[in-house]
Design a protein around this ligand. Structure first.
Ligand SMILES: Nc1ncnc2c1ncn2[C@@H]1O[C@H](COP(=O)(O)OP(=O)(O)OP(=O)(O)O)[C@@H](O)[C@H]1O
Ligand SMILES: [Mg+2]
Length: 449
């Protein structure tokens, strides 16, 4: 079935040729007036993309963007001015992509295709997020999946490193072969060595049989070395050798074994710091860091929280067979403002427990455990005093401004200690600064993210 594109009629001169171009390119199209009941059109027609041709800053278009954003429907806005301020404003409203007018219809079709593909990629990989950093991560996954180079995935605990590793495997030509994960931090050195490289019968006490290691089991596929920053110096030497020569020896073995394995590695340590203090080999670091992906902590992309919350509520309501309506605006506010030291894993676990334990059919602020509330509570007065709104009873979450924009504004006002994450998390700040491409996100003038 052809993908459906909805085009708003705010600027007829733009909309009419666009409609024709999309039809010629094989899309199914429909035009809608943003003033019209655009929301019902979105519900009815399940569009792959909505194109806003004008009046982007008027309430109807803004509501449409917020509505689409909440339902994970991509939007592409055509804006009058080419200045970056306008484009940035549009992105803050929650649109997925921005182009300047006049735009050649064929160029718009090309950008639309990319946005639709990106959305499909998110559906395939389960990576939720509309924020600029997550869109950047998706672009990198698309670029890095087809090659066999090593990728170093960095980010705090619970930010989705394993999800990204799995996505890199699933989108590669190795997808039919094994994806094997090894937690390098969980095993003592000798056990890890035999886990990775296998051992010969009788090579040590208790080695009753020959055992294949993970490198051999992953042949043709992908080996995910989790917590690589925790490996000992001896293991680091062996890993370097296998990455350089693609061969290794089983423990107690004398025959070199050759494998075709793509290695992905992850760490929640700042590995550059570990290199500086001599805890991680510099040559291995460069070997692993041929390509890299950095996953930002959740507190730096609060705009994604409402999407994640809704996604997890749907998922757990289904798993636990509970009829669940959703979440109140007040409760969502609390979740958007919470510090989330355990990132998405913590949010996900919390939603699961609340879906199971909430007495009613929706999550209310009073259902949220104290520790999360306390973390969030320190931020709430700031937001209320600024009038950015906690919805009143029965209020609609979306009526209080768009979560994306609110969240960004809220994020900017966070006290410094939250920005730094406190304690050990401060090192991720430095870590983030070490990624040159990171600063390139979000600020781009016109284009799509
Ligand atoms: N962008 C995302 N969208 C949806 N779910 C996500 C996203 N990122 C992470 N998750 C979910 O959050 C949980 C934690 O993710 P994952 O295990 O990949 O984190 P991690 O970075 O490997 O954490 P750790 O360092 O603690 O091992 C998983 O259930 C994962 O599916
Ligand atoms: Mg992990």
């Amino acid at each position: 079935m052809a993908d459906k594109v909805l085009i708003t009629l705010d600027d007829l001169e733009t909309a009419v040729p666009l409609n024709a171009a999309f039809e010629a390119a094989g899309f199914a199209t429909n035009t809608i007036s943003a003033l019209d009941d655009a929301r019902s059109a979105v519900r009815r027609e399940h569009p792959a993309l909505i194109i806003l041709t004008g009046a982007l800053y008027e309430p109807p278009a803004r509501h449409l963007v917020a509505y689409a954003h909440d339902r994970e429907v991509s939007t592409l806005a055509l804006v009058e001015h080419t200045d970056s301020e306008r484009a940035e404003k549009a992105v803050q409203l929650g649109v997925t992509g921005v182009m300047s007018k006049p735009a050649h219809p064929e160029e718009v079709v090309a950008v639309a295709r990319r946005l639709i593909e990106r959305r499909r990629l998110q559906e395939r990989t389960g990576i939720v997020g509309e924020s600029a950093p997550i869109q950047e991560v998706l672009v990198r996954i698309e670029q890095m999946a087809p090659v066999s180079s090593t990728v170093l995935i960095q980010g705090e605990s619970g930010t989705g490193k394993e999800l990204v590793a799995k996505a890199l495997h699933d989108l590669s030509s190795r997808r039919g072969k094994a994806f094997i994960a090894v937690n390098c931090g969980a095993l003592p050195e000798t056990l890890l060595e035999s886990e990775l490289f296998g051992h010969e019968k009788g090579s040590f006490t208790g080695a009753a049989e020959r055992r294949l290691g993970r490198f051999e089991l992953a042949d043709g596929g992908t080996l995910f070395l989790d917590e690589i920053g925790e490996t000992s110096a001896a293991i680091q030497v062996k890993l370097l050798r296998v990455l350089e020569t693609r061969t290794f020896y089983r423990v107690g073995g004398s025959q070199a074994i050759k494998v075709d394995v793509r290695v992905l590695a992850a760490t929640n340590r700042n590995i550059r710091d570990a290199v500086t203090v001599g805890e991680f080999r510099e040559d291995l670091f460069y070997r692993l860091n041929v390509l890299n992906i950095y996953l930002p902590p959740l507190r730096e992309r609060r705009g994604d929280i409402p999407l994640l919350v809704r996604r997890f509520i749907r998922e757990f309501a289904r798993t636990h067979d509970r009829h669940f309506r959703g979440i109140t605006p007040e409760a969502m506010d609390v979740l958007v403002s919470a510090p989330w030291p355990g990132n998405i894993r913590q949010l996900r676990n919390l939603i699961e427990s609340m879906v199971v334990l909430a007495p009613g059919a929706e999550i209310r602020a009073s259902d949220i455990p104290r520790d999360v509330l306390e973390g969030a509570g320190s931020l709430l007065p700031v937001r209320i005093s600024q009038g950015v709104g906690v919805g009143g009873p029965g209020g609609d979450w979306r009526d209080f401004g768009h979560p994306h924009r609110r969240a960004r504004a809220g994020g900017d006002r966070l006290p410094a200690r939250h920005d730094n994450g406190g304690g050990g998390a401060g090192r991720y700040r430095r870590c983030a600064q070490g990624f040159p491409w990171k600063s390139a996100t979000g600020g781009g003038a016109i284009g799509h993210r």
